[in-house]
Design a protein around this ligand. Structure first.
Ligand SMILES: Nc1ncnc2c1ncn2[C@@H]1O[C@H](COP(=O)(O)OP(=O)(O)OP(=O)(O)O)[C@@H](O)[C@H]1O
Ligand SMILES: [Mg+2]
Length: 475
């Protein structure tokens, strides 16, 4: 191969990776350009950053890079903009997945007007604030621009004692959206005293909840940690937060009673947001109907953006089929994640089989629908999502037997919320003769059946825990 061709290949690779990086940081170039034009979302870190980048490099040129290649002399600068080394863009030995992971970890860099994008200024978005105990920004976050705007507006409305309830189907992305809200710069600005996050879940106990809040650095109250009286807890918390401007985010409420005490405590200067699968609970909790917000499934374009992030090459080669697939899944984010991971594994191990798997998936989703009423994606009575269950089953059917048993064993172990560390996994699997848990953990994580968090901690979506539990019963 000649040096020229090699250069060309590296430039092509860098161009594609630049495209991937842009998609990962936002939904599309066009959307960002539109947003800048209309001046919305300005407070978000990305928009001004991107605007300056575009100013510097010229949009027309940038648009050509993903297709025609990124000039090699630009690679250093462009990679630095995304917080990466040039190598990540030009070295084909670095797998796309590792690049994606590195992009997730890269810190947002913000540039002052007039500065050169090559020397970005580092800022920590939460610098100098007392914001604590919120999950980090979701690693992949697409769409939801107008949802964010609506909630921001509700939060800044001139009413005191705000109480907002967000509801939506299981797996529609409530937790993810709430985490993005907690990390949103405008929301953080609105709550100078901080944002506190608390997961609830089906078996939530309010007394334990108050105690958890007492452990949060921001409230840090031994009294709150230790009291066993609900009334007392409410009054301690009320005193503690009186006159402050705090946001309390309660994720995944299953009962009105679980939330009632916190609702009484927040007073009229702070705000409370809850998420719940149930519209009834949402309506029951708010003071005004406009404070109930239904988080809907993705638009088709957002589903495709997500799929492109997960499996860019598969989407490029099978665009029409992928559109059919996301629509068959009714654009439910969880379902798209699951098929994305499944297709990713398939394309890595059996690339020749991808088209067949796509056909098979579309076919079996349609047949699940034929068994039920049309558009009956989610059964509100039993809370089941047959298509998602079918996808989980397909995904676990592809595991070898031993790993499948490992997965099933997690169904028994997972508490609610289902996060646990490697030690607990090791202990659970010791009983089924697994000495080294790492290979099975890696396999499960690669298939999206287990989500790695930081520090050897893992989490499983509630619907996956239920699936693991079903498998366990069948063993
Ligand atoms: N905006 C988004 N961008 C990318 N992925 C998303 C988005 N929203 C949700 N997802 C993905 O969809 C899956 C389900 O999301 P999430 O857990 O937030 O749903 P949920 O509504 O909280 O579900 P549940 O009712 O079971 O608690 C996750 O894998 C998440 O990563
Ligand atoms: Mg949730």
């Amino acid at each position: 191969m000649t040096a020229g061709r090699k250069t060309d290949k590296r430039s092509q690779l860098a161009g594609r990776r630049f495209g991937l990086a842009v998609t990962l940081f936002t939904s599309s170039y066009e959307e960002i350009v539109e947003e800048n034009k209309h001046g919305s979302n300005r407070k978000q870190i990305w928009a001004p950053r991107w605007a300056r980048f575009v100013d510097y490099y010229d949009l027309k040129q940038i648009r050509r890079w993903p297709k025609e290649g990124l000039p090699l002399k630009r690679v250093d600068q462009v990679a630095a903009f995304f917080g990466l080394e040039a190598q990540a863009f030009v070295d084909e030995r670095i797998a796309e997945r590792d690049l994606t992971n590195a992009l997730y970890r890269a810190k947002p860099r913000v540039m002052k007007a007039g500065t050169n994008p090559i020397e970005p200024e580092y800022i920590e978005p939460t610098d100098g604030k007392t914001i604590i105990s919120i999950p980090s920004t979701p690693p992949i976050f697409v769409g939801r621009g107008s949802d964010l705007e609506t909630i921001r507006d509700l939060l800044t409305a001139e009413t005191n004692g705000q109480m907002i309830a967000i509801h939506g189907w299981p797996g529609v992305g409530k937790t993810t959206f709430a985490a993005a809200l907690a990390n949103d710069a405008a929301v953080q600005d609105g709550f100078p005293d901080g944002i506190i996050w608390m997961p609830m879940g089906v078996g939530f106990n309010p007394i334990t909840g108050f105690s958890t809040l007492g452990q949060r650095h921001l409230l840090d109250s031994r009294e709150l940690r230790q009291t066993t009286s609900l009334d007392k807890a409410i009054s301690i918390l009320r005193d503690r937060v009186a006159g402050k401007r705090l946001l309390l985010l309660l994720d995944d409420a299953w009962e009105v009673d679980h939330v009632a005490g916190f609702r009484q405590s927040v007073g009229d200067t702070n705000a409370l947001i809850i998420t719940s699968r149930s519209p009834e609970i949402a309506q029951h909790l708010v003071y005004a109907p406009e404070s109930v917000y239904r988080l809907d499934v993705f638009r088709e374009a957002d589903s495709m953006t997500l799929l492109k992030i997960l499996i860019p090459a598969v989407v490029e080669e099978n665009n029409e089929r992928c559109i059919e697939l996301v629509n068959a899944l009714e654009n439910l984010p969880l379902a798209i994640h699951v098929v994305g991971r499944m297709l990713r594994m398939e394309s890595e191990i059996w690339p020749g089989n991808v088209k067949k798997l796509l056909d098979e998936l579309i076919e079996s989703i349609s047949s699940v629908f034929q068994e039920r009423a049309p558009h009956d994606l989610f059964d509100p009575v039993d809370g089941r999502i047959p298509t998602v269950e079918m996808l989980f089953r397909k995904s676990t059917d592809r595991l070898d037997e031993k790993t499948r048993i490992c997965f099933a064993a997690l169904g028994a172990l997972a508490p609610k919320p289902a996060t646990f560390d490697l030690r607990r996994i090791t202990a659970a699997w010791a009983g089924i003769g697994v000495r080294d848990p790492k290979p099975a953990v890696t396999e499960l994580a690669n298939r999206g059946l287990l989500d790695p968090l930081k520090n050897d901690r893992f989490q499983m979506h509630a619907l996956l825990v239920a699936h693991a539990g079903n498998l366990l019963q069948g063993l």
